[in-house]
Write a protein that binds this ligand. Structure first.
Ligand code: 13P
Length: 255
């Protein structure tokens, strides 16, 4: 972490806790906030729980993110949800380009670029996800893949330095219990920051680059201690307020 960037700890609930149990979890996350005043906390519930969770979190130090959106304001797009609708529901962030969306729902570098552009223009800051598959890592292509993914949205985040966050989530580390070690994570984070600096130094200085992939209370400190890791995007461990809180406290302890 770096003193100039406020750590961002975000919980991606994925397709869990979309009803009353989600509201309970949001209330439990609100209780964490006073213990971690130097950390920005974000939760990303399913669409169905966004408004209710945002209601519980409002003014209490926990921001609410959507997990996806459609990059048009309104229209005949059955089943889709727009950035203005998410803002109306109380969201102040949106996750864009998660690997599960790339893998199962046909998202591409181009669609991720378009969503990043529209999210920023809509004043709904995106957490844009990148990361290599196991096959890509094993064939030595990690940095090439991540650079290509970042290149697809770099121009858009350069228009508003520090508004978007980037999450580096190696696909092989998601939900597997395997994490990139701190040195492996730092190598990719440093490469992303160098790519941002080549485009515009201010973007490199201000953009928070989060690590995601099996982050737990017991490995958080090592990962968050890396110079270019500015926070975490947490899946499984964010579904338990105690472990989410422990990760946030690890970040607080490093500030
Ligand atoms: P896990 O923490 O469950 O590995 O999920 C990471 C992730 O995909 C967060 O977006």
């Amino acid at each position: 972490m770096h003193a100039s960037r406020k750590p961002l700890i975000a919980g991606n609930w994925k397709m869990h806790y979309g009803g009353p149990a989600g509201v309970e979890l949001a209330i439990a996350c609100v209780r964490i906030a006073p213990k971690v005043p130097k950390v920005e906390l974000v939760i990303a519930p399913p669409f169905t729980a966004l408004a209710a969770c945002a209601h519980e979190c409002e003014g209490k130090g926990v921001a609410v993110a959507a997990q996806n959106f459609y990059p048009k304001d309104q229209g005949a797009f059955t089943g889709e949800v727009s950035a203005p609708m998410l803002k109306d529901a109380g969201c102040t962030w949106v996750i864009v380009g998660h690997s599960e969306r790339r893998q199962y729902f046909g998202e591409t570098d181009a669609s991720v670029g378009e969503k990043t552009k529209v999210a920023i223009a809509s004043k709904l800051p995106p957490i844009v996800c990148v990361g290599e598959t196991l096959a890509e890592r094993e064939s030595g292509k990690t940095l090439e893949v991540v650079r290509r993914q970042v290149a697809a949205f770099l121009d858009f985040i350069a228009e508003a330095p520090g508004v978007a966050a980037i999450a580096y989530e190696p696909v092989w580390a998601i939900g597997t219990g395997k994490t990139a070690g701190p040195a492996e994570a730092e190598e990719v984070h440093a490469a992303i920051r160098a790519q941002l600096a080549d485009r515009l130094p201010e973007v490199a200085e201000k953009t928070r680059i989060l690590y995601g992939g099996s982050v737990k209370a017991d490995n958080a400190k090592g990962l968050l201690g890396c110079a270019n890791v500015d926070g975490a995007l947490i899946g499984g461990a964010s579904l338990d307020a105690a472990s989410f809180g422990a990760i946030a406290e690890a970040a607080q302890g490093l500030t």
